[in-house]
Design a protein around this ligand. Structure first.
Ligand SMILES: NC(=O)c1ccc[n+]([C@@H]2O[C@H](COP(=O)([O-])OP(=O)(O)OC[C@H]3O[C@@H](n4cnc5c(N)ncnc54)[C@H](OP(=O)(O)O)[C@@H]3O)[C@@H](O)[C@H]2O)c1
Length: 254
């Protein structure tokens, strides 16, 4: 995957690229001609996703798996090793999720909030900061995966953590704009076919979420990947500091 002299092969790093939305983003970016590093904590999951996407797209060597817990600053070294000095065209901060936990004591409340902030904010901050010097100038792209929960609540510290990404995105967009690097948030609504809900989803919960959309269906990972592909693509260079809701109309733009 090394950058050939004179050859402009674009490189994207997708956190949480082994499953769900991240895997769909990785696949879409490979179809768009990117080389992609998929990052996640479970080595077997990211390895399998990297092999599957490369096979399905007929681009052997285009996808590489990196095993790292992005809440741990020391583990960012594995990502930098895999980048191997190349310029990074796009960082897609997709890793995250809702973490439950006991909340009977203040210590438990603190642990619950820290876990959600770590999983959804720190993962994005550490990956972006680690790769910031390597971003393409001009033309780099940073994407943050937020949630409809940031815009309408639901999920306690998860909503708060995703909302924190919005404020940080505005700051980062202002910092990186003069270098022609864009920073945008993609905020999905209900997306089925991922590991997000685990065994928490019920038929009633699914029906309620579908009924809350204007289009009468659940989102798919490809719905979200399409928005990311647009924002990292060459035609989105004038779009920065924005929150793009992809939610079937469950929440109007704000
Ligand atoms: N599905 C929805 O309805 C929905 C709605 C709104 C927003 N979102 C957001 O969309 C993003 C993708 O979610 P998804 O639905 O595709 O769920 P998912 O299948 O559970 O994907 C989350 C991915 O993040 C990775 N990850 C989690 N913590 C990590 C860490 N500390 N370091 C590295 N990787 C980590 C997981 O892999 P490992 O466990 O192997 O690390 C997993 O591949 C999340 O940020 C989620 O909050 C989802």
């Amino acid at each position: 995957m090394r950058e050939q002299q004179g050859e402009r092969r674009r490189l994207a790093v997708v956190s949480g690229g082994g499953t769900g939305i991240g895997a769909a983003v990785a696949r879409g970016l490979v179809e768009d001609g990117f080389d992609v590093l998929v990052v996640g904590r479970r080595g077997d999951v990211v390895d399998a996703a990297a092999r599957r996407i490369a096979d399905e797209c007929g681009r052997a060597g285009a996808v590489r798996a990196v095993t790292a817990d992005l809440t741990d600053p020391e583990q960012l070294a594995a990502v930098l090793d895999a980048v191997d000095g190349r310029t990074v065209d796009a960082v897609v901060n997709n890793a995250g999720g809702y973490l439950g936990g006991p909340t009977g004591t203040l210590d438990e409340v603190a642990a619950w909030w820290r876990a959600n902030l770590d999983a959804n904010v720190l993962t994005a901050v550490l990956l972006t900061e680690a790769l910031r010097p390597a971003l393409r100038r001009p033309g780099g792209r940073v994407i943050l995966l937020s949630s409809i929960a940031a815009q309408r609540g639901g999920g306690g510290p998860y909503s708060a953590a995703k909302a924190a990404l919005h404020g940080w995105a505005y700051d980062l967009a202002a910092q990186l704009g003069p270098e022609q690097i864009t920073v945008n948030v993609v905020s999905p609504g209900y997306v089925a076919e991922t590991e997000f809900f685990g065994d928490r989803m019920t038929p009633e919960g699914h029906a309620k979420r579908v009924a809350a959309t204007l289009v009468g269906r659940a989102g798919t990972p490809d719905d979200i990947a399409a928005a990311v592909r647009y924002l990292v693509g060459p035609s989105a260079g004038y779009v920065t500091g924005q929150v793009l809701g992809v939610n079937g109309g469950s929440v109007f733009g704000r």
